[in-house]
Design a protein around this ligand. Structure first.
Ligand SMILES: [Zn+2]
Length: 387
């Protein structure tokens, strides 16, 4: 072998080694499952593919937890991890799955709505692959996901994404964003099928209200709020005013823009009888001008650059040395959901949704998020799900 070939062979071996060493953690992350203990209120667990057969066997299929109440009433759908880099949504949904007891009505909960996005990451932004929540029995490990579905599951992206059915031109990347692919179709790209399956749940189960949980940058005005279209506006406004007055955290209502297509708070309302609500809580981790994207920043939201921007009045949320701990964000989501149920039940008493054993803001802030998760080692094996 010539000298030149020896060097070339070494370089090729090195490249293969780097690819394998870099790929193994990504492979493990994609196949890591979160452990969920179905609480006393869960009566049935089905797959999303039951509502859209072509999801079966894909990474986009995901668990749907159903909590049927003792008495018939209204029905609510809660979706989390539509964007898996906004994890307060998932943590809130799991508090409901592991604890809620439904007295009246039915809850349908999809904790990892964009399951493919939950198995994706953003190495260019230095995202951590996992984060851990302290519980009363040890640490509970979660995957940190991405805003968009993995290209391994839906590829290639078009040059321009043409929204179905409105034909509005959207950014190419949004074809993998499950908050741009509503209302979807059963034979469209994978993310359209995910949204279509949820639409089918709402239409076939006659769901009254749908809540899509999110988080947003502190430098973005649409945060600490409920986004609602015209049909949901009255209940959203009463909810926002009540939590602000009674529980002391910031909240306001943003109207869902009619001309911006593909979003849950727009299309669910237009393509079903369900009233949609999209909830936002701050995620300092997502702001651009922060320090390293660490697990600590994700969980505590403390950042010196944001603190200095806050002093210059550049943030849309109150911000001080205490940052934005996860317990505040999850607590807000819990309270806003419970208040939406209460306001809906006041207006439609025959379709009331009465849920107990879910903490409100002050309790989550006091006890921490992890306090509400159950030890899988002590749980009945038949009640454990992996997602
Ligand atoms: Zn979001």
């Amino acid at each position: 072998m010539s000298h030149e070939w020896k060097i070339k062979s070494i370089i090729i071996i090195l490249i293969i080694f780097i690819m394998i060493a870099g790929g193994i953690p990504l492979y493990k992350h994609r196949h890591f499952n979160i452990t969920i203990v179905a609480g006393p209120g869960v009566t049935k667990v089905v797959k999303l593919s039951e509502y859209c057969k072509s999801l079966k066997g894909t990474m986009a299929d995901t668990n749907v937890f159903i909590l049927e109440g003792k008495k018939e009433g209204g029905k609510a759908l809660i979706m989390a991890n539509t964007h898996s880099n906004e994890p307060a949504s998932l943590l809130t949904a799991l508090i409901f799955v592991e604890n809620a007891i439904v007295e009246k009505g039915t809850l349908i909960i999809i904790p990892q709505f964009n399951n493919s996005g939950g198995r994706n990451t953003r190495p260019g932004d230095g995202y951590p692959l996992y984060f851990e929540i302290q519980t009363d029995w040890g640490k509970k490990k979660f995957r940190m996901g991405n805003r968009e579905a993995s290209p391994l599951d839906q590829w290639p992206d078009p040059d321009v994404y043409i929204h179905y059915p409105d034909r509005q031109l959207l950014s190419f990347i949004d074809i993998r964003n499950t908050n741009r692919t509503w209302p979807g179709r059963p034979d469209g790209p994978l993310m359209e099928r995910v949204c279509y399956a949820a639409m089918e749940i709402m239409r076939s189960e006659k769901v009254d209200i749908a809540i899509d949980l999110h988080g947003a940058e502190t430098m973005f005005p649409v945060t600490n709020c409920i986004v609602a279209p015209e049909k949901s506006m009255r209940i959203a406004t009463l909810t926002s005013l009540t939590v602000k007055a009674m529980e002391g955290f910031e909240n306001h209502v943003e109207p869902s823009p009619e001309g911006f297509r593909g979003l849950s708070h727009r299309e669910i309302g237009d393509y079903s009888d369900t009233m949609p609500f999209l909830l936002e809580a701050p995620v300092p981790f997502l702001d651009q001008p922060t320090g390293p994207k660490t697990m600590d920043l994700l969980l505590n939201g403390k950042d010196p650059f944001l603190l200095s921007l806050s002093k210059q009045g550049k943030l849309f949320v109150p911000y001080d040395e205490t940052g934005w701990p996860m317990r505040k964000r999850v607590g807000q989501h819990c309270s806003v959901i419970l208040e939406l149920f209460r306001q809906f039940s006041r207006k439609f008493s025959d379709k009331a949704i009465i849920v107990r054993n879910v903490p409100r803001y002050a309790e989550v802030v006091k006890n921490g998020v992890g306090h509400y998760y159950h030890d899988p080692k002590k749980a009945d094996k038949k009640r454990i799900y992996y997602n």
